[in-house]
Design a protein around this ligand. Structure first.
Ligand code: ZN
Length: 153
């Protein structure tokens, strides 16, 4: 496995739309493994492929139940509302307040190429929405009610 460098704003790759994965081949599996490694190394709870410069629709996350990956994830249902703080490895040293759906259902493929659907509320829903946004070139700062530098009032 290998650790990638996480791209930071204003890198234009972070603003590009990622393409769907057509075949889950060894290259894609290696990408997933390296993204998981990179996420842990950077101490993040989630990572999207464009953050390491790969414009493919792949996200990884760990919200306390071990590493998970979703290939070609799509939000197929969302409801409710939550307001909370977010940060992003690609916008280092900042945090902001973002309104998100309270609950989402996401469909995608796992590393075996099986269709899986995942239901999440609160933090899980927030992480999924944040990471899927990255696949469309959207950063949390675009949706934030406010953004602040860490350690300042
Ligand atoms: Zn992010």
């Amino acid at each position: 496995m290998a650790v990638y460098q996480v791209l930071e704003v204003p890198d234009q790759l972070l603003r590009s739309r990622a393409k769907p994965v057509k075949n889950i081949n060894n290259g894609v599996l290696r990408l997933v493994d390296n993204m998981i490694e990179t996420m842990y190394e950077a101490d993040g709870v989630g990572l999207a492929a464009p953050q390491i410069g790969v414009l493919r629709r792949v996200i990884v996350f760990d919200i306390g139940q071990g590493p998970m990956e979703l290939i070609n994830p799509e939000i197929i249902h969302q409801e409710g509302e939550q307001v909370g703080l977010e940060g992003c490895l690609s916008v280092p040293g900042t945090h902001g307040q973002v309104k998100r759906a309270h609950r989402v259902v996401v469909q995608g493929l796992n590393r075996q190429g099986e269709s899986v659907s995942l239901e999440g509320e609160e933090l899980t829903a927030r992480v999924l929405q944040h990471e899927i946004d990255h696949l469309d070139g959207i950063l949390y700062t675009d949706r934030a009610e406010w953004v602040k530098r860490n350690g300042r009032k």
